[in-house]
Design a protein around this ligand. Structure first.
Ligand code: Z5A
Length: 205
């Protein structure tokens, strides 16, 4: 089987990290080799960019934020994602290009056509499957606040997070073959069962 590229997307606290083990357990059962990675921070340069991008005390303009996210992604694609796919390892990435459309396009309200042009110019691969974890921003923020210290994105107002959620749902409507929406407002156990079902269906396609 050709190695697949799976991405997890959604607003903060939507359950991406909580779902990872269920996904990797299914891959283990099928004897599929894989790596788990994330953005920002999926390469050595990316780790440094992640520290800058999430620091609540750093002031960054929306344009610089977009450029740093794209730099992180280009390095991640070149050093981690493509080499692993070429070796036959599946790649599971916690966030990828849809995050830029949702956060920098929706949240920061940068021109979406500009972001599309950058993605084309930088030749980013398209994921084979994307799980979009969806829930109201109010619930997302209450989960995040329960964790304590907030990062630069989590500190933004509710309206910013509502715009991100809406942008994600718009992307999902236009990419129904690739993007499967998971209702993350459900009980954790129900949500994990739904994730399992999406992955099983993907194996059977
Ligand atoms: N960003 C961007 O702007 N542009 C880009 O192009 C990219 C990223 C790539 C990365 O931060 C930030 O960068 C991100 C977007 C921006 N914004 N922020 N913040 P990150 O990687 O640190 O943050 P994250 O991806 O949002 O991770 P997260 O907040 O940990 O979310 P999560 O992984 O989806 O959630 P979780 O850890 O699985 O769950 C959070 C808590 O909720 C935890 O206590 C769980 O036990 C609980 N939980 C999860 N699901 C449930 C259910 N169903 N019921 C009850 N409780 C639950």
């Amino acid at each position: 089987m050709i190695a697949k590229f799976i991405t997890l997307e959604g607003i903060e606290g939507s359950g991406k990290t909580s779902s990872l083990k269920g996904i990797t357990d299914l891959l283990d059962k099928k004897d599929i080799s894989y790596i788990v990675t994330r953005e920002p921070g999926g390469s050595s340069i990316g780790k440094e960019l992640r520290a800058i991008l999430l620091d609540p005390d750093t002031k960054i303009s929306p344009e610089v934020e977009l450029m740093l996210m794209l730099s992180d992604r280009k390095d991640h694609v070149e050093k981690t994602i493509l080499p692993n796919l070429e070796k036959g390892n599946w790649v599971i990435s916690d966030r990828f290009m849809d995050s830029s459309f949702a956060y920098q396009g929706g949240g920061r309200q940068l021109d979406k056509n500009l972001i599309i042009s950058f993605a084309e110019y930088l030749n980013f691969p398209l994921p084979d499957l994307t799980l979009l974890f969806d829930l109201p921003a109010e619930i997302s923020l209450s989960r995040v606040m329960a964790r304590g210290k907030l990062d630069r994105f989590e500190k933004e107002e509710l309206e910013f997070h509502n715009r991100i959620r809406k942008a994600y749902l718009d992307i999902a409507i236009n990419n129904t073959d690739r993007i499967k929406v998971i209702d993350s407002s459900q009980k954790l156990e129900t949500m994990l069962n739904n994730v399992e079902k999406v992955i099983e269906d993907f194996f059977n396609e």
